[in-house]
Design a protein around this ligand. Structure first.
Ligand code: SF4
Length: 265
C-alpha cells in the first residue's frame, strides 16, 4: 500500500480568472457601483479612526461635530485632547479616538510639513501604503481606505465582510491573516477591478454570505463556492444542483432581489 505523508493538504485557492468571475457576478447582482472621491485624504484618515467600532451614522455625526467645532484639521492638531474628545463624543470611544486623532495629525505634520496628502497619488502603491503605515494606529485597512476611496488608487481595504467572503469562497486560504490578505488580494485582483471587488464583496457579505447562517441557496456565486457544502444539507445541495442544471439548460432560475447599496462598514 502506498504510504501517505500524513500531512493535510492546503486547500487550493482561486486563481485570478476565477476571482474576476466572482467580481463580475456580484457586480451584476449588486451594482453597478460608481467610485467618487468622498473626502480629502487626511479627512478620510480621521474618518477611519472615528468609524472604528461604531456605526456609519455615529461616525458621520462625530466627524461633522469635529469640523463644526474646529473648522480645519490643522486646528484639531493643535487642540487639547479633551476638546477633541468632547467634539467627537457622539461617535463613541472618544477617550481612545481623541488622542489617536491628535497623534496621527501631528505625525503627518512632522513628516510632511502639511496635512495635504495628495502627494501619495504620485507614489507607487506600495510606497504610498508604507508611508501611511508608518503613522500611529494606521494599519493596512485604514491605509487602503485612504488610498482607495480618497485618492482612487487600487489599494485593498479588507473589512470583516470581505475577509469572511474571501475565505469562504477560497479566494484566500483558511489560515491567512487579515493583514496578509491585503497583499495577497492586491496581487490577485486586477487594479481596475479593486473597487468593484471591494464594494461587491461587502454587499455580498452583508446581504447573503452573513457571518451567521449564510443564505447559500440564494447565493449568486454559490456554484463556485467550496464552503457551500458546510452550510447546506445534502438534500438541499442535491436540489440546488438540479436547479442549477435546469438554469444552465435554459429554464429560469429563482431570481435574486436586487439591492443596490452604497458601501462600507
Ligand atoms: S455559497 Fe454560502 S458560503 Fe459560499 S459565498 Fe455563497 S453564501 Fe457564502
Amino acid at each position: 500500500m502506498p504510504k501517505t505523508s500524513g500531512k493535510k493538504r492546503t486547500p487550493k485557492t482561486k486563481n485570478k480568472a476565477d476571482i474576476a468571475r466572482t467580481i463580475e457576478m456580484m457586480t451584476k447582482q449588486y451594482g453597478p457601483f460608481s467610485q467618487e472621491p468622498r473626502l480629502p485624504p487626511i479627512d478620510e484618515m480621521v474618518f477611519t479612526i472615528l468609524s472604528q467600532h461604531t456605526s456609519d451614522i455615529n461616525s458621520s455625526r462625530a466627524y461633522r461635530r469635529l469640523m463644526e467645532r474646529f473648522v480645519t484639521l490643522d486646528a484639531v492638531a493643535s487642540a487639547e485632547i479633551s476638546e477633541i474628545e468632547t467634539a467627537i463624543a457622539p461617535g463613541g470611544l472618544a477617550k481612545i479616538k481623541a488622542p489617536r486623532i491628535k497623534a496621527v495629525l501631528n505625525k503627518v505634520l512632522e513628516l510632511n510639513g502639511s496635512l495635504d496628502l495628495s502627494f501619495l497619488r504620485e507614489m507607487p502603491l506600495n510606497d504610498a501604503k508604507a508611508w501611511l503605515r508608518q503613522l500611529p494606529g494606521i494599519g493596512p485597512k485604514s491605509a487602503g481606505i485612504v488610498l482607495s476611496f480618497s485618492l482612487g488608487m487600487p489599494a485593498m481595504a479588507i473589512d470583516t465582510h470581505i475577509f469572511r467572503v474571501s475565505q469562504r469562497l477560497g479566494v484566500i486560504g483558511p489560515k491567512v491573516s487579515v493583514d496578509k490578505a491585503h497583499d495577497i488580494l492586491e496581487d490577485k485582483v486586477d487594479p481596475e477591478e479593486v473597487f468593484n471587488f471591494h464594494v461587491s464583496y461587502i454587499n455580498h457579505g452583508r446581504q447573503v454570505c452573513r457571518a451567521q447562517r449564510p443564505l447559500c441557496p440564494e447565493c449568486v456565486v454559490g456554484a463556485l463556492c467550496p464552503s457551500r457544502k458546510k452550510f447546506m444539507s445534502k438534500a438541499d445541495l442535491a436540489e440546488l444542483a438540479a436547479q442549477e442544471e435546469n438554469t444552465l439548460a435554459g429554464s429560469s432560475g429563482a431570481p435574486m432581489p436586487h439591492f443596490p447599496q452604497s458601501e462600507t462598514s
